[in-house]
Write a protein that binds this ligand. Structure first.
Ligand SMILES: CC/C=C\C/C=C\C/C=C\C=C\CC(=O)SCCNC(=O)CCNC(=O)[C@H](O)C(C)(C)COP(=O)(O)OP(=O)(O)OC[C@H]1O[C@@H](n2cnc3c(N)ncnc32)[C@H](O)[C@@H]1OP(=O)(O)O
Length: 298
């Protein structure tokens, strides 16, 4: 895919230079055990089954898998490592943290930091989206917990979503509830999944949907009991992998390329927009109020 080609060069350069690995205290090398390979960079664990060509990526950044700069960097590099591995055809994205898929973007990365930090953070969010939404692999989200905002975005980037059938787990793009605005590419991703009107309702209200409602709304494709999420994802994966890769990949690209190209063309402008928006005093105040409420609910 065009966007993939653009993105691959920078991440691969970092991957090959080992800059990231050195920063983490050592290269994230594959460990082999029988038919399994695994690597971990700290916040992400990847296990690959060589017999099926399916990798399971587990987010393991407690307490809530919030997407901070370190996490996003590890995520993109891990994804790139799988993307360039020709033996890997499918990716199951899930969480190793009980009851939480991902709490979305780390709010502390968007509060009280310098404009340079906001820009670097937003570039990393964009990179995560470009890589995951544009992946050539079959991607399945095994949503084993709550998944607000950026966590929902990650799930929406996948080709298929299976969620634990527990009404306590909710998913949605709730940005307006924080007093912030989902950017156009979050919106495009949701429109491509549930359509324009449902997206408008969902985004304006900042709606979080408990699992059963998320299924009705089309935000997720299937609900299964909590302890069956991984096995259901593996079963769905084998169905998806029965389709010839080249035909499926070209079809995926046809569906997603317009949205990807749109961000690629406006990447710098989108970063500038984010920085000027997020650094406003009124927005900083809204985020502070939201964080205080989160802490007070205990
Ligand atoms: C014009 C437009 C131009 C440009 C675009 C501009 C702006 C767009 C900007 C941003 C888009 C952002 C998308 C996002 O992802 S924003 C993040 C939204 N996330 C949330 O609202 C999630 C909030 N969290 C929760 O709802 C819950 O924590 C939970 C359901 C995930 C888990 O509940 P629990 O009861 O299990 O756990 P808690 O006790 O609530 O939390 C534990 C711990 O973690 C802290 N925390 C939770 N979420 C976050 C987070 N997203 N970031 C940072 N920290 C988080 C929470 O405060 C607790 O901390 P303490 O233990 O109290 O220290």
């Amino acid at each position: 895919m065009a966007a993939q080609a653009v993105l691959r060069s920078s991440a691969r350069a970092r991957l090959l230079s080992g800059a990231f690995c050195a920063q983490r205290g050592g290269p994230a090398l594959w460990q082999h055990h029988q038919n399994q390979r695994a690597f971990s960079n700290g916040k992400i664990l990847v296990e690959m089954d060589e017999a099926t060509g399916v990798a399971v990526m587990k987010m393991k950044s407690p307490p809530v898998n919030s997407l901070n700069l370190d996490f996003l960097t590890e995520f993109s590099i891990s994804l790139e490592k799988l993307e360039i591995d020709r033996s890997c055809r499918g990716l199951i994205l899930t969480s190793a943290v009980s009851k939480i898929f991902s709490a979305g973007l780390d709010i502390t990365e968007m509060s009280g930091k310098s404009n340079e930090h906001y820009a670097a953070f937003w570039r990393a969010v964009q990179e995560m989206w470009l890589k995951l939404y544009g992946s050539n692999m079959v991607t399945i989200a095994a949503i084993n917990g709550s998944s607000p905002a950026g966590g929902c975005l990650m799930a929406l980037c996948c080709d298929y979503r299976i969620m634990a059938d527990n009404p306590k787990f909710a998913i949605g793009l709730n940005e307006t509830q924080l007093g912030i605005v989902a950017p156009f590419w979050f919106k495009d991703t949701m429109i491509n999944t549930i359509g324009n009107r449902a997206t408008e309702l969902s985004l304006q209200l900042g709606q979080m949907y408990p699992a059963p409602e998320a299924l009705k709304f089309g935000l997720v494709d299937k609900l299964v009991p909590e302890d069956k999420v991984q096995s259901a994802a593996a079963a769905a994966m084998s169905q998806w992998l029965s389709v010839p890769d080249h035909a499926r990949q070209l079809t995926k690209s046809m569906m997603r390329k317009p949205a990807i190209d749109r961000l690629v063309k406006q990447r710098e402008a989108d970063i500038n927009n984010f920085v000027s928006f997020i650094s406003k005093d009124s927005i900083q105040k809204s985020l502070q109020i939201y964080m205080d409420r989160l802490k007070q609910k205990k």
